[in-house]
Write a protein that binds this ligand. Structure first.
Ligand SMILES: Nc1ncnc2c1ncn2[C@@H]1O[C@H](COP(=O)(O)OP(=O)(O)OP(=O)(O)O)[C@@H](O)[C@H]1O
Length: 319
C-alpha cells in the first residue's frame, strides 16, 4: 500500500542527509513502528508521507500512485495524524476538535454530530466530554481525543508520532491496548514513531529501525529480536533478553494441537504470549496449560515447549 523507493532527504541547512536511500513497503492494514535514537530521522520519515516534507530523491507511492502526483488535499484526506500531547485546539470544545476535518470536508451537521458521538464512544470517553475544553481533560484523555480526531474522516492511513510518549506508564499501556483493539477492528495502515522498545514489540506487525538516516533493519519483532542485522540493532533492542523474545511469540505457534480438554489445567488464550504463559505456569505450579480459542480447547502448552524456544529461538519464524 505504501512504498518508499530509494527515498533520500537532504535539508539545505544540514551538512549530512537526514534520510539516506530508504526503501521499504508497508502492506495495507499493517502497523509499522519506526524505531531509533533521537535525531535519526523518524519524524522526518513520517512527514514525507503526508508531504510536509518532499524527498530530495526517490519516490513514495500510495496504492501504486506516486504521492507527488496527488493533490495535497486528496492525499491528506486519506491520512490521520496524531502527535505527542495531542495538539488539540485549546479554544475549541472536544466535539469541535474531533469535527475539524469532517467540517472542512463539508459533511452535513447531523452526520458530523453522529460521527463525533461514535468516536467518543470508540475511544471510550463519556459523551458529556464533547462539551468540555482540552484543558479540562487529563493527558491520556486528550490523547484519546487526538486519536478520535485523526480517525474522524475515516482515513486509510494513520501517522502517529510518539502519540503516547508524554503519558505515564499505566495510561500509556491502556492506550496501547485500546489502539490494538481498534486495529483489530478497523485494520488501518499505521506508521507509528516510537523510541520505546517495549511499545514497539507490543504493537508492531513490523519494526523499521533507523540509524542516522539509514534504514538498518525492517522485520517482524521476532526477526528483529532473533536475527538482529547489526550490533547497533542488538544494543538498541536488547536482543539477549529471553523474556522479550517470549513476549513476541504467541502460544498457538508453539503448543501441541489437540481438541481434548484437560479440565484441571489453567487456561490460556491461543493469542496469549509465551511470556504470559510462562508466568501462568510459574504461578500455578503446573507444567502444562490448556490453550483455548474462545470456549474451545485447541491445544496443550508444556513448559518443555517454552524451553525449546529458549534454547533455540531461530527454530521459530515468529508470528
Ligand atoms: N525542517 C528541518 N530543517 C532542518 N533540519 C531538520 C528539519 N527537520 C528535521 N531536521 C533534522 O533532521 C534530523 C532528524 O530529525 P527528526 O525529527 O526526524 O528525528 P527523530 O528521529 O524524530 O528524533 P526524536 O526522537 O528526537 O524526535 C535532526 O538532525 C533534525 O535536526
Amino acid at each position: 500500500m505504501l512504498h518508499f523507493e530509494q527515498v533520500s532527504l537532504q535539508f539545505p541547512s544540514v551538512p549530512e542527509p537526514t534520510l539516506r536511500s530508504c526503501t521499504f513497503k508497508v502492506e495495507a492494514g499493517e502497523l509499522v513502528v519506526i524505531l531509533g535514537p533521537s535525531g535519526c530521522g523518524k519524524t522526518t520519515l513520517l512527514k514525507l508521507v503526508n508531504r510536509l516534507y518532499e524527498p530530495t530523491s526517490g519516490q513514495i507511492s500510495l496504492n501504486g500512485k506516486g504521492i507527488h502526483t496527488l493533490p495535497l488535499t486528496t492525499l491528506r484526506r486519506q491520512m490521520g495524524y496524531v502527535i505527542q500531547q495531542a495538539g488539540l485546539f485549546p479554544h475549541m470544545t472536544i466535539a469541535q476538535n474531533i469535527a475539524v476535518v469532517p467540517k472542512l470536508l463539508g459533511w452535513p451537521k447531523t452526520e458530523i454530530a453522529a460521527r463525533v458521538e461514535e468516536l467518543l464512544e470508540l475511544v471510550q470517553l463519556p459523551q458529556a466530554f464533547g462539551k468540555r475544553y482540552p484543558s479540562q481533560l487529563s493527558g491520556g484523555q486528550q490523547q484519546r481525543v487526538g486519536l478520535a480526531r485523526a480517525l474522524a474522516a475515516k482515513p486509510e492511513v494513520l501517522l502517529m508520532d510518539e502519540p503516547f510518549g508524554a503519558l505515564d506508564a499505566i495510561t500509556r499501556k491502556s492506550l496501547q491496548q485500546e489502539l490494538q483493539q481498534l486495529q483489530q477492528q478497523f485494520k488501518k495502515t499505521i506508521l507509528f514513531v516510537s523510541h520505546d522498545i517495549e511499545e514497539a514489540l507490543r504493537l508492531a506487525d513490523r519494526i523499521l529501525i533507523l540509524n542516522q538516516g539509514h534504514l538498518v533493519q525492517y522485520g517482524t519483532p521476532w526477526q528483529i529480536l532473533t536475527q538482529p542485522a547489526s550490533a547497533f540493532v542488538e544494543a538498541l533492542v536488547g536482543t539477549e533478553d529471553v523474556l522479550k523474545q517470549l513476549s513476541v511469540l504467541s502460544v498457538e505457534r508453539v503448543m501441541v494441537t489437540t481438541a481434548s480438554s484437560v479440565p484441571h489445567l489453567p487456561k490460556i488464550a491461543n493469542h496469549g504470549t509465551l511470556r504470559d504463559a510462562l508466568s501462568m505456569l510459574l504461578k500455578s505450579g503446573q507444567s502444562q496449560l490448556q490453550v483455548m480459542n474462545g470456549t474451545d480447547a485447541v491445544g496443550i502448552l508444556d513448559l518443555n515447549h517454552i524451553q525449546t524456544v529458549w534454547q533455540d529461538p531461530t527454530h521459530f519464524d515468529g508470528g
